[in-house]
Design a protein around this ligand. Structure first.
Ligand code: SAH
Ligand code: F3S
Length: 453
């Protein structure tokens, strides 16, 4: 009766939150299972950033709730952003849900499950439900426990929760609350412990990591608290690679650009959300930078690291976006030569300023703009991968690939590489010569003298 299946929607922060919940549940004697059909409790950790993400989760929850007809003791919980966004009103559409837990209360999930179980044991007849979407001071410090697979190479570390930027399209400030940073010492200790457990690559997570600690720590010699944190993680011997997501162009100052020149573990891959290449749309989005400033950051980074890889987020079809304004996005998008991009069709989020802006863009237009950018991206990606043919890349070996025919790892630029290797190389940084490429992945051969596969 204690088998828990956790289904996660959305971003890496959600993945990280699910992992922390799983660790807490394990410590409480629950079993985390990977088989949805063999669980007694299903927890859905949800996303609200676009309407489709919410609809998907609601559809799934409605379907899963039918299990309760066969097994009245089955427990269904909805956690995270959609729980926070919709609260108890979710019960109108999903009356069979037992547990609704918001983004500041993940750590309460074990207690709540225990309580639901106890009510069942006591033979409570009426449906017992728990809804908790309250704010909690210090809740950013509760996402700290990890469930590591055997030989896990890479881990996420949450450094901050919430966001105060109020981008006009974005529901995150509502679902995740005010921006709150974790203490730097605690983050560093968590990274050290992960390194002790064999983790080699750390990805620092937050909605706006460039603002990390701005209210809690002073700048030292022009160095922001975020870069101070990078320096400290860089100094941990067992950590071999550092990544982070997501920075905001506004906070991407010179100290961070210079950090790419001096912190050897900081990978030359940056996810820098652009959203739009039109100054008017950026202003309407409440994104405080210009297209020129965005371009400048990209150019400056390439000056420091000529082999820098870039990824971005773009929204097409923001209210009022004209053909001319989209063309500006398209041109800047092409000029920045992104290696990876997430292109989103604008989705109305009730309660955000953009929802009431009028002049909504028809779906077909959004679709066409989406296609245009994806074509550019594909061409860029092919071009970049072709330049890697014949080169030798440093690859962090993660484990067997999904096809089971070999192993996979990533380059510092976050490209996935498939190659023949052996178990004992998992967690090692190895040179791999690239001998075949596709749009999405690279194939190669280990270049270790004397190391047989
Ligand atoms: N700062 C966060 C952003 C979270 S939302 C981060 O860590 O990246 C992730 C992306 O979803 C945003 O960058 C934006 O491109 C997209 N997005 C947010 N709200 C959206 C909306 N209403 N419609 C379409 N895309 C949206
Ligand atoms: Fe959303 Fe903008 Fe913050 S995209 S998460 S409000 S920086």
């Amino acid at each position: 009766m204690n088998r828990v299946y956790i289904k996660t929607y959305g971003c890496q922060m959600n993945e990280r939150d699910s992992e922390a919940v799983a660790a807490l549940l394990r410590a409480r004697g629950y079993r985390i299972v990977q088989d949805e059909d063999a669980c007694d409790v299903m927890l859905m950790n949800t996303c609200s950033v676009r309407d489709m993400a919410e609809q998907k989760a609601i559809g799934k929850a409605g379907y899963v709730a039918q299990k309760k007809k066969r097994n009245p003791r089955f427990i269904l919980g909805i956690l995270g952003c959609m729980a926070q966004n919709r609260g108890a009103t979710l019960l109108d559409a999903l009356p069979d849900v037992d547990l609704i837990v918001g983004t500041q209360k993940f750590h309460q999930v074990p207690d709540y499950l225990d309580n639901l179980r106890a009510a069942q044991e006591a033979g409570t007849v009426l449906p017992t439900r728990i809804v908790d979407i309250a704010e909690e001071t210090g809740s950013q410090n509760t996402i700290r426990d990890h469930v590591l697979e055997e030989k896990q190479v890479s881990a996420f570390v949450s450094i901050q929760q919430g966001c105060n930027m109020d981008c006009a399209f974005c529901i995150v400030p509502k679902t995740r609350g005010d921006e709150r940073s974790r203490p730097m010492d605690e983050i560093v200790r968590e990274c050290e412990q992960l390194a002790d457990r064999g983790v080699k690559e750390i990805t620092l997570l937050g909605q706006i990591v460039t603002s990390y600690g701005r209210r809690d720590y002073a700048h030292t010699d022009g160095v922001t608290p975020f870069v101070q944190l990078l320096e400290r993680v860089n100094a941990i011997p067992g950590v071999r690679r550092i990544r982070f997501t997501s920075p905001h162009p506004r906070g991407f100052k010179d100290d961070l650009i210079q950090a790419y020149g001096r912190l050897e573990k900081l990978c030359e891959y940056v996810h820098l959300p652009m959203q739009s290449g039109s100054d008017r749309i950026l202003k309407a989005m409440n994104r405080p930078y210009s297209r020129d400033r965005y371009r400048q950051i990209v150019d400056d980074l390439r000056r420091v690291r000529p082999d820098m890889y870039f990824s971005t987020d773009i929204i097409v079809g923001f209210p009022g976006e004209t053909e001319g304004e989209f063309a500006q996005t398209r041109d800047l998008f092409a000029a920045c030569d992104f290696d990876m991009a997430y292109v989103f069709k604008y989705s109305i989020r009730t309660g955000t300023p953009a929802a009431d802006m009028g002049d909504q863009i028809p779906d077909e237009v959004k679709e066409a703009r989406n296609e245009t950018l994806l074509k550019i991206l594909e061409a860029n990606s092919n071009r970049r991968n072709a330049t890697l043919l014949g080169t030798t890349q440093e690859v962090l070996v993660e484990g067997p690939d999904k096809k089971g025919i070999g192993f996979m790892g990533r380059t510092r630029g976050n490209r996935i590489v498939h190659f023949a290797a052996s178990e004992r190389l998992i967690g090692e940084l190895v040179p791999v010569k690239i001998n075949r490429v596709s749009t999405a992945v690279l194939y190669g051969e280990l270049q270790l003298a004397g190391v047989g596969v």
